[in-house]
Design a protein around this ligand. Structure first.
Ligand code: SF4
Ligand code: SF4
Length: 331
């Protein structure tokens, strides 16, 4: 069927380029209640050592501060669910980290989408063309909020964006633009219902229910934060909670019934290398800085640096493997 409106035209282009979902929201300040919740979350120290989240609050709460004259935010989701998973007897990584660094892949695809939409970076600043900004976890922007605003999905109790028919294994990206659209997408309703599987699946209690029925994430207890962003030692409790996962944590996503619908990505850049897939526990134990550089060239795992991954490997010890992060079943 032919696209019937400006935003349907954008969506048709985005889906044709391999994005799973696309929506367009008006560029404006975020809802006051969301801004209050974000500030409270920071005030309670739940951002742990991610002090950068306290910076640029004006921009984080209003994309018009990121791009003068911004009218719209085009939001996209790109599937990263791996075609091939590490086997249960191997040490585990969060799925998003299997392949090439998503920042590069998303940025390149957003650039192609902007170009297909006639947004020419060369014409900007010369009185022609529209201004735009590509965002892929690289600017102070609440990407899940904007994906929700643009109707891609809802923010589940596990604090991930859930696409109704696809689940949550997606990278999010945005194009902030001065282009105005004739209408905008509407947020969709939360479909978590009475489910609390993600809360029960979390091994550290990082996800908790607040008095008003919302869920909050405490990064100080979250293995994704502790094994990637955190510098310094890991406590024995953290090491024990990691099970056999040495980078990140997917348990609150694996527990989510909506991820039953996860389909493998067709983005070749997100496919793991054979070397990565064949690493055995003893290989990880003997990992050298040179092997690390070779295995993770162009990978988001570089975020933890060799020292961080080494710390994680040493923390769990390499005895018999007791899988705790290996099932692909959401139940
Ligand atoms: S990523 Fe792991 S530790 Fe963090 S909230 Fe989810 S289940 Fe809990
Ligand atoms: S596991 Fe249940 S409560 Fe958690 S995000 Fe998924 S549907 Fe929502």
């Amino acid at each position: 069927m032919e696209p019937t409106s400006q935003i349907e035209e954008v969506k048709a282009l985005a889906l044709g380029m391999g994005f799973t979902a696309c929506g367009v929201a008006r560029a404006e300040s975020i809802d006051p209640s969301c801004a209050v919740a974000f500030r409270e979350w920071l005030d309670q120290g739940r951002n742990a050592g991610m002090a950068y989240l306290q910076n640029h609050e004006d921009k984080r709460l209003d994309p018009r501060r990121l791009l003068e004259g911004a009218q719209s935010v085009i939001c996209v989701a790109l599937n990263y669910y791996p075609k091939q998973l590490l086997s249960p007897d191997q040490l585990q990584f969060a799925y998003y980290a299997y392949g090439h660094d998503y920042h590069d892949v998303m940025r390149s695809r957003l650039g192609m989408l902007a170009s297909a939409l006639g947004m020419d970076p060369l014409s900007m600043g010369k009185g022609r063309g529209e201004a735009f900004k590509l965002c892929c976890d690289t600017v102070p922007m609440l990407d899940r909020y904007w994906a929700w605003r643009a109707g891609l999905g809802w923010i589940g109790r596990n604090k991930n964006l859930i696409l109704p028919h696809h689940g949550s294994y997606f990278f999010l990206g945005e194009i902030i633009t001065t282009r105005r659209f004739d209408h905008y997408d509407e947020p969709i309703a939360d479909h978590c219902g009475t489910c609390d599987r993600c809360l029960r699946a979390c091994p550290t209690g990082a996800l908790t229910q607040t008095d008003d029925g919302q869920t909050t994430l405490d990064a100080r207890r979250c293995l994704s934060y502790l094994t990637i962003e955190h510098r310094g030692d890991l406590s024995p409790d953290t090491a024990s909670a990691m099970g056999n996962c040495i980078y990140g944590c997917d348990r609150c996503q694996q527990a989510c019934p909506y991820n039953r619908n996860a389909r493998p990505t067709d983005v070749a850049d997100f496919e793991p290398t054979d070397d990565f897939l064949h690493m055995q526990p003893k290989d990880w134990q003997q990992l050298t800085p040179e092997q690390y550089r070779r295995l993770f060239r162009g990978s988001a795992v570089k975020r933890a640096k060799y020292e961080g991954l080494r710390r994680n490997i040493d923390a769990i010890g390499i005895g018999p493997i007791h899988p705790s992060h290996t099932t692909d079943s959401p139940l």
